[in-house]
Write a protein of this length. Structure first.
Lengths: 255, 364
């Protein structure tokens, strides 16, 4: 079937299992899914499993293809990952970094350089950072780096887009910019999963919110049903007043 | 408030070009500037090579040397011998050593994500020195190797062994270049201590020979050695160039590179193999020459940026230019005396290098 199915996934790091038999409801295309949860809940671990950075047991099917044992090249063509951190020392220019993301793997080599350059510039244009194209990476601000990093993922036009804290360094205007772009890609048929710490951001941007806790799914659904006083108490161990606004936002007041 | 619309204006200034096309044009212009830098580096390297040919303790000057190359019968026999048996092999070997060490340095700095990485900071050259020391002081060598090649062969074997050990580290610990760098530093100190021990045990004459070897010298150049090093470069440089895009992707971060489908363990392994072949061959023939492998790529990066397609040739050319200039200086500083070239690269190169680091201005 079309979409992403995650069943009985176990994964972790040297001697420490983080995801203990995690199964998620099917994730459909055209929607933005936010993964939230406390530190150590397994959000980033799950993202790394999906991106092929961490071995795992279980079943992860993207449109029927099992990502866990798919050939590296095939997975890389369908899945793009935006890591949380960008290297500090990098004097590649922004457009070069995006072209490198496009031409890096052996099976991308047949792409001509003119075509790759054009696509890279278009990706920067969509994110409204075309003016940064020729700036070296290490002269950018934190937010600009994040946008350039997002461009490296978007330019590959993946089927599954994985974003780890994509807006943590962005001001409000650029947050909107990023979300509008991601939403547009989702509308065109991409599956978008983003890890977010900010529950208020998750509520206003995502169509589905999944709360992870201790390596398992605690709750999922519309933010209104998921981000509740009960969730905050049981998952985060805090008492808070939660108010959902009519436009899909949420206001959380910790007591 | 008045708003000036560019479309209502008259004349040629009113075209508002498509920003995409404009940026693409700016990128092309940047690439042209980089190619210009590359051409300039090539020119400097070539000029330094020619100057190297024309410098030496004998009377053979630049004009004579060039004349002798294009019309071999224009020189009297002794000068012709100096040109073909001394000057030319030394000058060519200097260029090749520069190419090899600087390319190796550039590749190492990328795969280790560490601007301090070079064949010398990771113990490769110390190991080569130890191999040479064994041959010089104790006469220990590989059975079957002719006496004339004993030192070179030993240096090669030890340098390669160090790189192989580093490769095992890469394989065992797929993540963490810090561990690799620390292992390299540990090897550096270990082999330096072993060299010191052989020096302590050495006879007066062997000690002198060993010290001279470790200072680096082109005086042992021969066409055989030129041939071997050229062959090593021929089998490594094309592969280094082919890996340019994956290496750039590696610079985007390990996670990113792996998610793009790159096998970074293999990428690092292959790069280390190339580095091993290039540096150990170079060091085996000329002794330890520091600085080139570190400074060549740094200077090239300042001029060209990090686009590996251009950075590799730029580093190579910078390395060649440094070596040729150092060779000229080693012959010219004290007329009639040939200073060890390793000492010259450090003395002449360091001030230049410092000024570059501290100004740290991008040239493109």
């Amino acid at each position: 079937m079309a979409g992403l199915e995650i069943e009985n996934v176990r994964a972790g790091y040297r001697g420490r299992e983080v995801l203990t038999d995690l199964s998620l409801p099917p994730i459909e295309q055209g929607r933005i899914t936010a993964l939230v949860g406390p530190n150590g809940a397994g959000k980033t671990t799950l993202l790394r499993v999906l991106a092929g950075l961490l071995p795992a047991c279980g079943s992860v099917r993207l449109d029927g293809l099992n990502l866990l044992d798919a050939p590296t090249g095939e997975r890389a063509r369908k899945v793009a990952f935006m890591p949380q951190f960008v290297p500090q020392r990098l004097s590649l220019t922004v457009v070069e970094a995006v072209i490198a993301a496009l031409r890096a793997s052996p099976m991308d080599m047949e792409r001509t350089s003119v075509d790759a350059q054009q696509r890279a510039l278009e990706a920067l244009d969509r994110l409204k950072i075309l003016d940064l194209a020729l700036q070296p990476f290490d002269t950018l601000s934190g937010g600009q780096r994040q946008l350039a990093s997002l461009a490296q993922a978007l330019v590959r036009q993946p089927r599954l887009l994985l974003l780890d804290e994509p807006t943590s360094a962005l001001d409000l205007r650029y947050q909107q910019q990023v979300i509008a772009n991601v939403r547009e890609e989702a509308r065109k048929g991409m599956i978008v999963i983003m890890v977010l710490h900010d529950l208020q951001a998750a509520a206003s941007w995502a169509d589905t919110v999944m709360v992870l806790s201790g390596g398992r799914l605690f709750a999922h659904g519309h933010s209104r049903d998921v981000i509740t006083t009960l969730t905050l108490r049981q998952v985060y161990g805090i008492d808070a007043v939660v108010e959902h606004t009519a436009r899909g936002g949420v206001h959380i007041q910790v007591e | 408030m008045s708003v000036v619309s560019p479309h209502l204006g008259l004349g040629q200034g009113d075209t508002s070009p498509d920003p995409l096309a404009k940026t693409a044009a700016a990128y092309r212009a940047l690439m042209r500037r980089r190619f210009a830098w590359l051409a300039l580096l090539a020119l400097v390297a070539f000029a330094a090579f020619v100057a190297d040919l024309g410098t030496g303790p004998s009377r053979l000057g630049l004009a004579g040397a060039l004349g002798g190359i294009f019309r071999p019968d224009s020189l009297p026999a002794p000068e012709s011998a100096i040109l073909w048996e001394v000057r030319l092999p030394q000058a060519v070997l200097a260029v090749l050593v520069g190419l090899a060490l600087a390319t190796a340095g550039a590749e190492m700095q990328t795969i280790l994500d560490n601007p301090l990485a070079s064949p010398f900071t990771l113990g490769v050259s110390s190991a080569a020195s130890f191999g040479a020391a064994l041959a010089i002081v104790l006469g220990v060598g590989i059975p079957g190797v002719p006496q004339a090649w004993l030192i070179s062969a030993n240096a090669f074997v030890f340098a390669t062994t160090v790189v192989l050990v580093l490769q095992l580290v890469v394989r065992w610990r797929a993540s963490g270049t810090d561990i690799l760098v620390l292992c390299g530093i540990a090897l550096f100190f270990t082999f330096n201590a072993l060299v010191a021990l052989t020096q302590f045990l050495a006879s007066q004459q062997a000690l002198q020979q060993l010290v001279f070897w470790t200072m680096g010298s082109l005086s042992r150049a021969s066409w055989d050695k030129v041939g071997v090093l050229a062959a090593a470069l021929l089998v490594t440089l094309p592969f280094a160039q082919r890996a340019a895009w994956p290496m750039m992707a590696l610079r985007l971060g390990e996670d990113r590179a792996r998610s793009l489908g790159i096998n970074i363990t293999r990428l690092r392994l292959m790069a280390l193999l190339r580095v091993s072949l290039m540096t150990s061959t170079a060091i085996a023939f000329v002794g330890t020459i520091g600085f080139v492998g570190l400074a060549g790529p740094h200077i090239a990066r300042l001029a060209i940026g990090e686009d590996h397609r251009l950075l590799l040739p730029a580093s190579a050319l910078t390395g060649a230019a440094i070596m040729s200039l150092a060779s000229v200086a080693s012959k010219a500083i004290i007329p009639g005396v040939l200073l060890p070239i390793g000492v010259v690269t450090a003395m002449v190169g360091l001030p230049v290098f410092f000024s570059l680091i501290f100004s740290r201005r991008r040239m493109v």
